[in-house]
Ligand binder design. Structure first.
Ligand code: SAM
Length: 226
């Protein structure tokens, strides 16, 4: 209990530095609070710059959170860039297993191991492969491949979060305040949906009836396997 208070004391001190990710990180920790210990988090794309909270500092946040949830809670992170994993190892505690590899290959191997030793993952945080906002397909396809690699170990409660996935929609200027505010067009389809890194995962999630848990700058789903 007191470790949990220590985490939130630390987190609320730095949370305003997280910019547009502040709200969704709060939603992530609230969701994790509702899950039983141990908390197991698997991340793709690790912290790559010390103190750069505008990138997320996700590995550091998850490290601090897992430490507050007892000794069997643990973080696994992977990044293809050895420079990034080197920086990450210098910043986080020994409770984080940092691996240099391609994320899809890594997640596939990890899923086989976790299936064998019955490790239940609380959350996957997918944040590899930077997105080109004008051409998000390569990044979105990579994150869909990551989902394919982990699909067999997703339980109904496993939260899958993808960074850089804000809602997108067809908008028009609001006639009363042209240029200042916008309204959502009800036609043409599609209505607002998830964009960025998570847009293909969201299409898949919608097809199979997975649940969108929240949509902010980051998007999160569960119930991929009911
Ligand atoms: C946006 S950064 C991660 C930021 C980090 N999550 C944070 O909050 O500070 C994306 C990272 O994904 C890594 N990356 C790109 N392609 C990858 C791949 N195929 N496998 C694993 N990592 C990859 C990059 O090297 C980069 O460090």
């Amino acid at each position: 209990m007191s470790e949990s208070l220590d985490f939130y004391k630390w987190f609320y001190n730095i949370s305003s530095k997280l910019g547009q990710r502040e709200i969704s990180f709060k939603k992530i920790f609230k969701y994790l609070d509702s899950l039983p210990s141990p908390i197991i988090i698997v991340e793709t794309g690790c912290l790559r710059k010390k103190d750069n909270f505008l990138d997320g500092q996700s590995t550091l946040l998850f490290d601090k959170y897992a430490l507050s949830r007892g000794e069997n809670s643990k973080i696994y992170t992977v990044d293809i860039n050895p420079e990034a994993t080197k920086v990450c190892k210098e910043v986080v505690s020994k409770n984080v297993e940092v691996t240099t590899n391609d994320s899809v290959r890594y997640l596939n191997d990890l899923s086989s191991n976790f299936l064998k030793n019955k490790t239940k993952v609380s959350m996957f945080y997918l944040d590899s492969f930077d997105v080109d906002w004008r051409y998000p397909y390569p990044s979105a396809a990579h994150h869909l491949k990551e989902l394919v690699a982990i699909n067999r170990i997703l339980t109904k409660d496993t939260l899958v979060v993808i960074d850089d996935s804000p809602a997108v929609g067809n908008l028009t200027q609001n006639e009363n305040e042209p240029g200042k505010s916008w309204k959502i067009l009800s036609s043409p389809s599609p209505l607002p949906t998830i964009g960025g890194k998570g847009f293909l995962v969201h299409e898949y999630a919608s097809h199979i009836g997975a649940k969108l848990v929240f949509s902010h700058y980051q998007a999160a789903w569960n119930k991929f396997n009911k």
